[in-house]
Design a protein around this ligand. Sequence first.
Ligand SMILES: *Cc1c(COP(=O)(O)O)cnc(C)c1O
Length: 368
Amino acid sequence: MEVPFVDLKAQYQTIREDIDGAIRSILDGANFVGGKPVKDFESAFAAAYGVKHVIGVANGTDAIYITMKMLGIGAGDEVITTATSWISTSETISQTGARVVFADIDPVTYTIDPAQIEKLITPRTRAVIPVHLYGQSCHMEEISRICKKHNLHLIEDCAQSHFTAEGNKLAGTWGIAGTLSFYPGKNLGAYGDAGCIVTNDDELARKMRMYANHGALVKHAHEIEGINSRLDTLQAAILGVKLKHIQQWTRQRIGHAAAYNKLLSGIGDLQVPLTRPGTTHTFHLYVIRTKQREALKAHLERAGIHTAIHYPTALPNLPAYRYLGHTPADFPVATEHQSLILSLPMFPELTQEQIAYTADNIRAFFQE
Ligand SMILES: *Cc1c(COP(=O)(O)O)cnc(C)c1O
């Protein structure tokens, strides 16, 4: 049996007619930038998220950058984020001219540790960017409280957490803005690069929309200098089709995680992911931990089971951040995490047979 890590072809087959129809209508209309499909998707997403504004942008990285830039974050400022994430979260802080300040993660949830945030706040701190890693909600009650107390902007990186919630409040709606990625492999994925920003702030929404479109809301009326970071029309049409299925796909992911958890509990030193009580973990990734990660990964690969590592190196341990002068000992939890983690196959179309086969092979590995 072959178990892919993600199977985008399988998903396309389930929605082929609608997708092909949506693409054809764009080609027939030959309006490839902006237009009704973009507006329609933004409205549909705003309704699904219960927010006032959705600004479609070119990708999830730009979404973070544009948000910070339009909040006026720049040189002389500090922004606190998690040591365990994809580099977009931190590289965009540097792009604004601000300084990246990394906080270690919670050893149980793998998301930013609120206690570490408080310790890192200085008079220069302007914002905190928690990342709902793997689809697990950060400790948002606590992080919101810290941000309010210290008057800091709260920007949530929701690239891995479409419809993740704490209580009944969605990830991305706790602070000034939430940023999402629609990279193909994300829970809601386009067929190319795409992203968006969600916010309830009218003035910020206006600025971000303007900045992402060369500083103009109306053609040739450039109020400021901006960038070109628009949500592609073809991608918006595709996302409009896929949005109708996201709740179902999310339920399937949660079901697969429960099946894995059941089959994988009590094996050797294996740790299965925990869903923090009172939250909805949407399982963009299903990440297990074991000291025998490398050997297990090789064993599964031989059995045709494809796995991945998110991420092999914690951000502050990367060469890109050598200039900050940290040592791995500064982030003991994130550094240990990077050596233990393994992401198992996870996508809505994964079958019970594939899950059972994967679990059997893991069990066999630990019995050898
Ligand atoms: C994917 C991802 C991004 C960036 O999204 P792109 O659309 O690829 O630019 C940002 N942050 C995190 C945590 C991600 O996983």
